[in-house]
Design a protein around this ligand. Sequence first.
Ligand code: ZN
Length: 140
Amino acid sequence: MNALDQQLLDVAFRALRPRRETRQERMLSYGIPPHMLDGLERYLVQRIKPGSFLQAVLRGDLVMAAQLADPANADRLQSYVDYLTAECPEECWGSPEAMRHWLAGPDYPCYACGRESTHEIRHRGDWLDACDACDVRGER
Ligand SMILES: [Zn+2]
Protein backbone atom coordinates (compact mmCIF):
# COMPACT_ATOMS: atom_id res chain seq x y z
CA MET A 1 0.00 0.00 0.00
CA ASN A 2 1.47 3.37 -0.96
CA ALA A 3 1.19 6.64 0.92
CA LEU A 4 -1.76 7.88 -1.12
CA ASP A 5 -3.69 4.67 -0.47
CA GLN A 6 -3.04 5.07 3.22
CA GLN A 7 -4.27 8.68 3.09
CA LEU A 8 -7.46 7.66 1.30
CA LEU A 9 -8.06 4.91 3.84
CA ASP A 10 -7.65 7.40 6.70
CA VAL A 11 -10.16 9.76 5.12
CA ALA A 12 -12.64 6.94 4.56
CA PHE A 13 -12.32 5.71 8.15
CA ARG A 14 -12.82 9.20 9.52
CA ALA A 15 -15.94 9.69 7.38
CA LEU A 16 -17.42 6.36 8.47
CA ARG A 17 -16.71 6.64 12.19
CA PRO A 18 -20.00 7.35 13.98
CA ARG A 19 -20.03 10.81 15.52
CA ARG A 20 -21.95 11.54 18.70
CA GLU A 21 -25.02 13.55 17.73
CA THR A 22 -25.39 16.98 19.27
CA ARG A 23 -28.38 17.81 21.44
CA GLN A 24 -29.86 19.90 18.63
CA GLU A 25 -29.43 17.09 16.09
CA ARG A 26 -31.32 14.83 18.50
CA MET A 27 -34.13 17.40 18.71
CA LEU A 28 -34.32 17.57 14.91
CA SER A 29 -34.51 13.79 14.70
CA TYR A 30 -37.72 13.96 16.76
CA GLY A 31 -39.19 16.51 14.35
CA ILE A 32 -38.75 19.64 16.45
CA PRO A 33 -38.62 22.58 14.00
CA PRO A 34 -35.16 24.18 13.47
CA HIS A 35 -36.21 27.63 14.71
CA MET A 36 -37.06 26.14 18.12
CA LEU A 37 -33.74 24.44 18.81
CA ASP A 38 -31.85 27.34 20.41
CA GLY A 39 -34.68 28.28 22.75
CA LEU A 40 -35.25 24.71 23.87
CA GLU A 41 -31.53 24.11 24.39
CA ARG A 42 -31.17 27.33 26.41
CA TYR A 43 -33.98 26.14 28.65
CA LEU A 44 -32.51 22.68 29.13
CA VAL A 45 -28.87 23.71 29.58
CA GLN A 46 -28.90 27.25 30.95
CA ARG A 47 -32.38 27.24 32.52
CA ILE A 48 -33.39 30.34 30.56
CA LYS A 49 -37.13 30.95 30.23
CA PRO A 50 -38.32 30.27 26.66
CA GLY A 51 -41.14 31.92 24.70
CA SER A 52 -44.80 31.40 25.53
CA PHE A 53 -45.34 28.43 23.21
CA LEU A 54 -42.42 26.47 24.64
CA GLN A 55 -43.45 27.42 28.16
CA ALA A 56 -46.87 25.89 27.51
CA VAL A 57 -45.27 22.71 26.13
CA LEU A 58 -42.86 22.43 29.05
CA ARG A 59 -45.50 22.89 31.74
CA GLY A 60 -47.64 20.23 30.04
CA ASP A 61 -50.41 22.60 28.88
CA LEU A 62 -50.82 21.16 25.40
CA VAL A 63 -54.16 22.91 24.78
CA MET A 64 -52.47 26.28 25.31
CA ALA A 65 -49.48 25.09 23.30
CA ALA A 66 -51.77 24.20 20.37
CA GLN A 67 -53.35 27.66 20.58
CA LEU A 68 -49.98 29.42 20.64
CA ALA A 69 -48.24 27.26 18.02
CA ASP A 70 -46.99 28.88 14.84
CA PRO A 71 -47.64 26.97 11.60
CA ALA A 72 -44.33 25.06 11.85
CA ASN A 73 -45.16 23.87 15.38
CA ALA A 74 -48.88 23.23 14.90
CA ASP A 75 -48.56 19.56 13.98
CA ARG A 76 -45.41 18.89 16.03
CA LEU A 77 -46.69 18.70 19.59
CA GLN A 78 -46.13 14.94 19.56
CA SER A 79 -42.48 15.57 18.64
CA TYR A 80 -41.99 17.63 21.80
CA VAL A 81 -43.74 15.05 23.95
CA ASP A 82 -41.60 12.27 22.48
CA TYR A 83 -38.35 14.23 22.88
CA LEU A 84 -39.07 15.35 26.44
CA THR A 85 -40.19 11.88 27.49
CA ALA A 86 -37.23 10.08 25.97
CA GLU A 87 -34.33 12.50 26.42
CA CYS A 88 -34.95 15.11 29.13
CA PRO A 89 -34.73 14.86 32.91
CA GLU A 90 -38.26 14.53 34.23
CA GLU A 91 -37.70 17.25 36.83
CA CYS A 92 -37.53 19.94 34.10
CA TRP A 93 -40.94 19.53 32.42
CA GLY A 94 -44.50 18.22 32.80
CA SER A 95 -46.08 20.65 35.24
CA PRO A 96 -46.01 24.37 36.10
CA GLU A 97 -44.17 23.49 39.33
CA ALA A 98 -41.53 21.47 37.50
CA MET A 99 -40.89 24.32 35.07
CA ARG A 100 -40.76 26.94 37.83
CA HIS A 101 -38.41 24.82 39.90
CA TRP A 102 -36.14 24.16 36.90
CA LEU A 103 -35.96 27.86 36.05
CA ALA A 104 -35.14 28.72 39.67
CA GLY A 105 -32.05 26.47 39.48
CA PRO A 106 -30.75 23.86 41.88
CA ASP A 107 -31.34 24.40 45.62
CA TYR A 108 -27.75 23.49 46.48
CA PRO A 109 -25.63 23.75 43.31
CA CYS A 110 -22.48 21.69 43.08
CA TYR A 111 -19.39 23.94 43.50
CA ALA A 112 -17.87 22.52 40.28
CA CYS A 113 -20.64 21.80 37.76
CA GLY A 114 -23.65 23.71 39.09
CA ARG A 115 -26.00 20.74 39.12
CA GLU A 116 -27.91 19.80 42.25
CA SER A 117 -25.42 18.61 44.84
CA THR A 118 -25.81 15.35 46.73
CA HIS A 119 -23.61 16.08 49.74
CA GLU A 120 -21.02 18.43 51.21
CA ILE A 121 -17.29 18.05 51.22
CA ARG A 122 -14.69 19.61 53.49
CA HIS A 123 -12.37 22.01 51.67
CA ARG A 124 -9.76 24.18 53.46
CA GLY A 125 -11.82 24.35 56.60
CA ASP A 126 -15.06 25.15 54.76
CA TRP A 127 -17.97 23.09 53.51
CA LEU A 128 -18.69 22.89 49.78
CA ASP A 129 -21.78 21.46 48.09
CA ALA A 130 -20.73 18.75 45.65
CA CYS A 131 -22.31 16.14 43.42
CA ASP A 132 -21.09 12.56 43.21
CA ALA A 133 -19.59 13.08 39.75
CA CYS A 134 -17.42 16.01 40.84
CA ASP A 135 -16.38 14.62 44.21
CA VAL A 136 -13.34 12.81 42.88
CA ARG A 137 -11.92 12.29 46.35
CA GLY A 138 -15.04 10.44 47.41
CA GLU A 139 -15.01 12.35 50.70
CA ARG A 140 -18.32 12.54 52.55
ZN1 ZN B 1 -20.81 18.47 40.15
